[in-house]
Write a protein that binds this ligand. Structure first.
Ligand code: CA
Ligand code: CA
Ligand code: CA
Length: 441
């Protein structure tokens, strides 16, 4: 049995992933689950912004609608059916639903006093707390549209830009709407208090804000508003990776906060921010402090899935020649799966993406690993007891991409390509899609 599988793998060749080209430069993408799962891609062509909708299963077009420039769509709460909230669009005049009916007038999800300031790094330094820093109010709140009328949950955030260097995607050459999509809060449906109802948690620039949800309603005011960056002692220059999961074995989620600095970090820290039922996220305890890059990617049960990169190797000639750095991924204390990621050593950055570990491609109940470390290639390693299979079960040829959209419910992963010549490629990776299925019978 094992030898049959091995023989099969020897002949495993990369099959092109089902790919579609759409007109325009994509700036944002979203998976909308439910009975008829869709992939939404927002793209700009010839000065016009459009929202293209596709069937997430086979990429069949479901419609294209013009949306205002600067519009941003947010799936406020991707729960199925009537419990879920719906996607809304923000424009300069307020908020509409996807059919174009205006939900909120004159109030913006994101507001920038002077959008032009985002283009001009040289202007930065005229205001702000730190030297050379400009702060602008960017986020006023998050609009939630459920079965009832739309509501705004207050959530303020100030964007930061620095003269002379860029910070978190706020680049002089990057347009306003592209910057907006990077500033959107990450939304999670998780149980914060252990009552069995999923609450709405927003992670945004190091702050965790939680709105409780009971059987049918979402609370107006947050129960938690916690500065995670401050709680773990990370400074303004740190990059935070926040995962919400129950790693302590009660039904309440904790925040696992990974802290690194720079594109190729020399060392990494991680913390668990947790607490009692009445005081959630009140305490932070260190999880690790390691040389190199160690990033929490996700969880399996109560075990963390962690990627480790030995960044001291980056200076070695071997890495300079091959342009690859080794990446090890392990589940808890299990044996690591060794992968590699493309690195541009001279530019001081990693080009390959971290693997996706949140999607169970073959539906056996264990999430699998999609290796995206090298451009133009995606390799699927099935989840195994305590780790991941050494050999990929499928290798796809994929377009070079800028967005990775996990679609756990489908299950699959969408890759949104880098715009080229006015066209953006879109690829969907699923184990069940015809030619892509390469498993031995
Ligand atoms: Ca709850
Ligand atoms: Ca817990
Ligand atoms: Ca699996």
């Amino acid at each position: 049995m094992a030898s049959t599988a091995l023989a099969w793998l020897v002949f495993l060749v990369a099959a092109p992933a089902p790919t579609l080209a759409i007109q325009g430069a994509a700036v944002d993408a979203l998976y909308v689950g439910g009975e008829h799962p869709e992939l939404w891609v927002s793209a700009t062509a010839q000065g016009t912004r459009r929202l293209a909708r596709f069937d997430a299963r086979d990429l069949a077009p479901r419609g294209v609608a013009p949306v205002p420039m600067g519009a941003l769509f947010v799936d406020a709460c991707p729960l199925p059916g009537a419990k879920g909230d719906q996607v809304v669009l923000q424009d300069a005049a307020g908020v509409t639903d996807v059919e174009g009916d205006r939900l909120v007038l004159g109030r913006s999800l994101f507001t920038v006093p002077d959008a032009g300031a985002l283009y001009v790094a040289d202007l930065c330094g005229k205001a702000g707390a730190a030297r050379g820093e400009l702060r602008a109010l960017v986020v006023e709140g998050v609009i939630v549209k459920g079965p009832g009328p739309a509501r705004m949950l207050a959530l303020s955030h100030q964007a930061r830009a620095y003269s002379g260097r860029v910070h978190r995607g706020l680049r002089p050459e990057r347009g306003y709407d592209a910057a907006l999509s990077l500033y959107a809060p990450r939304l999670h449906d998780v149980d914060v208090d252990g009552d069995g109802d999923l609450d709405l948690a927003l992670v945004h620039e190091g702050r965790l804000t939680v709105f409780r949800r009971d059987a049918d309603a979402l609370a107006e005011t947050p129960v938690v508003s916690r500065d995670l960056a401050g709680a773990v002692g990370a400074g303004d220059d740190a990059d935070l990776r926040v995962r919400l999961a129950d790693v302590e074995g009660d039904p309440r989620v904790e925040a696992i906060v990974g802290v690194t600095r720079g594109a190729i970090p020399e060392r990494s820290q991680a913390f668990v921010v947790g607490g009692e039922q009445r005081t959630p996220f009140a305490t932070a305890r260190p999880l690790w402090q390691r040389e190199g890059l160690a990033a929490p990617l996700g969880v399996r049960g109560r075990e963390l899935v962690v990627a480790e990169v030995d960044t001291s190797l980056v200076s070695l000639s071997g890495v300079l020649l091959t342009g690859k750095v080794p990446v090890r991924v392990r589940v808890g204390e299990g044996a690591p799966l060794s992968l590699s990621a493309k690195a541009d050593v001279r530019a001081g950055r990693m080009d390959g993406a971290m693997p996706v570990v949140s999607v169970d491609f073959d539906g056996d109940g264990t999430a699998d690993l999609l290796d995206l470390g090298e451009p133009a290639r995606a390799a699927l390693h099935l989840g195994s007891a305590g780790g991941f299979a050494l050999d990929p079960v499928t290798v796809w040829e994929v377009p070079s991409f800028i967005h990775v959209v996990p679609m756990p419910a489908l299950p699959g992963v969408a890759l949104i390509g880098a715009p080229k010549g006015g066209v953006t490629k879109l690829a969907v990776l699923r184990l069940t899609t015809g030619a892509a299925r390469r498993r031995a019978p």
